[in-house]
Design a binder for this molecule. Structure first.
Ligand code: SF4
Ligand code: SF4
Length: 82
């Protein structure tokens, strides 16, 4: 279950510290966001962020996974009504 990190816009003060430390250049901004496709889940950004705006989440429990990797017991509903 891959761990990714994300930025809470409300807590972010735009100091750019996370951008400076991310080894994968996964963070861009403003507005400051983590590109989940590039994020390795190393957590360096969260340690560096002084406001606690960056937190981890498990992509296995979110709808943000792009279907790569093994998934078991997870129901996926595709809505192609558009
Ligand atoms: S967890 Fe690591 S790879 Fe992901 S955005 Fe933060 S510093 Fe970059
Ligand atoms: S380190 Fe934290 S407060 Fe600074 S830009 Fe990144 S998310 Fe925002």
């Amino acid at each position: 279950m891959p761990i990714k990190y994300r930025i809470s816009e409300d807590d972010c003060i735009g100091c750019e510290a996370c951008i400076a430390v991310c080894p994968y250049e996964a963070i861009t901004g403003p507005p400051f966001v983590v590109n989940a496709a590039l994020c390795d889940g190393c957590g360096v950004c969260a340690e560096e962020c002084g406001t606690g705006a960056i937190s981890s989440y498990d992509t296995g429990s979110e709808n943000e996974s792009f279907g790569s990797g093994p998934t078991m017991g997870i129901g996926i509903t595709l809505k192609n009504g558009g």
